[in-house]
Design a binder for this molecule. Structure first.
Ligand code: FES
Ligand SMILES: [Fe+2]
Length: 504
């Protein structure tokens, strides 16, 4: 590391391109895989990523971060190889031997359920590099077979067959060299996460704040109801940021905003569009009725999240109550009744439903939970919507949306199939995602406008956008992993959060 330190300007523990190249030189490993000298002069040293459009004012996000080719490349080199990535839902690999492929940019990983747990391997034949599998399948009896010359591996990644072995020099067929190359994998929340960095902190250390609020919601046992995907003509970060604040609800989802109760007032936009806000003071019964309507519209608009049976319970409880005049008192009593009914009715159906009143009092959680860098969970009663957003090119991304729920213990759903992407303007998506998707292509276009240099953020409610963007800068600058971990623990968690000091 000392030789590295003279070469790299970053603190100990950094993993920037300079450190890695410096390590190659300093450790005397300047030879390629065949033992021949490699000319270090031929190595392209990437431009210092910190120079690329950093977030200097936490309230201003440079527009070029969303379309610049070099910035996208810097993320590919310095961010994605070092972060935990939600690679698949565990019900995609329910049986021994079930596998799925997870792709991120140029990389492809096989995630497989083995007899000794979930494992991951780089998806490349050890002979001449052919990508071994795509999509999903089961390798229990066949193993993985390369389609080019037929080499084989078992589910543990061990090479079991080299066709015409005698034509090779044994020196290139050492068992360890021809086994599949493992990738780190850890599981949490019903998902397998992969990380290409052997030195990255453990998954649970990174997501501790999220795990704390989601574990008590039994997220581990939620299962997929449906799963959709689309390709958005936007940078991946732009798509992410549409779910980092609720500020957009007023204009993007007016049907929800107008049935929102806050401080005893119903909200709406019919005073004047320029000043949406409290429409009128309402009594207890009206506050509950408005919120029941909110539940209905959220359920319809998301095609899940709040289920029809939850809405029916909300209606039943409202119909059976006498309400206090004070909206806060009425809402509190009604919510308690709804929570109790949802809990008891679900348990009667054999669902391991957490005590919703206990959660409301002792474990409150924001409506949106973010897991850096590209995964979201939106829990609601025994259900959840979740999003994963992957970069494809600087100005396109793959957006996936799952609806999940807790099923009765005796019901196991079918193995979910990765969906074919549907056009982003398809009316087949539920209304609320349609509304979210509709703004994003326009935003991507607007970012290119001459004179538009940076977004401006609310420090109070759009802070998550600033926080995670500055965490990305931490990766691009090759900061020490302890610093990144501390920052990640404050970034992972609720949306609508304020701008925070990340310690760098
Ligand atoms: S490339 Fe896979 S067996 Fe030859
Ligand atoms: Fe939205």
């Amino acid at each position: 590391m000392s030789a590295c330190m003279t070469w790299c300007p970053h603190p100990p523990g950094c993993h920037c391109a300079r450190t890695r190249l410096g390590a190659v030189a300093s450790h005397g490993a300047n030879k390629n895989g065949n033992g021949r000298d490699r000319n270090l002069d031929q190595i392209t040293i990437l431009p210092q990523p910190a120079a690329l459009f950093p977030v200097e004012n936490p309230q201003l996000i440079p527009a070029r971060r969303y379309y610049d080719e070099a910035f996208f490349q810097a993320e590919a080199e310095h961010l994605w190889p070092h972060v935990w990535q939600m690679a698949c839902r565990l019900e995609e690999i329910p049986e021994i031997g079930d596998y799925v492929e997870y792709k991120i940019l140029t990389q492809s990983v096989i995630v497989v359920r083995t007899r000794s747990g979930v494992k991951a391997f780089h998806n490349a034949c050890r002979h001449r590099g052919v990508r071994l599998v795509g999509g999903q399948g089961n390798c229990k009896t066949s193993g993985f077979i390369c389609p080019f010359h037929g080499w084989r591996w078992n589910m543990e990644g061990e090479n079991t067959f080299v066709f015409g072995r005698q034509i090779f020099d044994e020196s290139v067929l050492a068992q360890a060299e021809i086994n599949l190359v493992p990738a780190r994998v850890e599981t949490w929340g019903g998902c397998a996460f992969i990380n290409f960095d052997d030195d990255a902190p453990a998954l649970l250390d990174c997501i501790a704040p999220v795990a704390k609020v989601m574990d008590v919601r039994n997220v581990e046992n939620m299962r997929v109801e449906w799963w959709t995907s689309t390709v958005l003509p936007t940078n991946w970060k732009l798509a992410m940021e549409a779910f980092m604040e609720g500020y957009h609800v007023m204009r993007t989802h007016p049907q929800l905003h107008e049935v929102t109760v806050h401080d005893g007032h119903e909200f709406g936009m019919d005073h004047a569009e320029s000043s949406p806000g409290p429409k009128r003071h309402i009594n207890g019964k009206e506050a509950v009725d408005v919120t029941v309507e909110h539940f209905r519209r959220l359920s319809d608009g998301m095609g899940g999240m709040i289920h029809a049976n939850d809405v029916a319970i909300a209606e039943d409880v409202a119909a059976s109550m006498e309400f206090a005049e004070d909206p806060r008192a009425a809402m509190g009593a009604w919510m308690q009744g709804v929570n109790a009914e949802i809990t008891s009715r679900a348990r009667a159906r054999g669902i391991a439903m957490p005590d919703m009143n206990d959660l409301m009092v002792n474990h409150p959680a924001s409506a949106v939970q973010f897991v850096f860098p590209h995964y979201f969970m939106l829990p609601m009663f025994g259900n959840m919507s979740s999003y994963r957003i992957r970069p494809l090119t600087p100005e396109t991304c793959l957006f996936e949306l799952w609806s999940l729920t807790l099923y009765p213990d005796n019901i196991t759903g079918a193995r979910p199939q990765p969906p074919e992407p549907v056009p982003h303007d398809s009316t087949s998506f539920p209304a609320i995602p349609q509304q979210d998707y509709s703004n994003l292509p326009l935003q991507q276009l607007g970012l290119h406008a001459k004179g538009f240099e940076h977004m401006r953020l609310s420090a109070k409610v759009e802070g998550l956008i600033s926080n995670y963007q500055r965490l990305i800068d931490g990766y691009l600058q090759g900061l020490a992993s302890e610093k990144l971990l501390t920052a990640m623990q404050s970034v992972n968690g609720p949306y609508d959060s304020p701008i925070q000091d990340l310690g760098f």
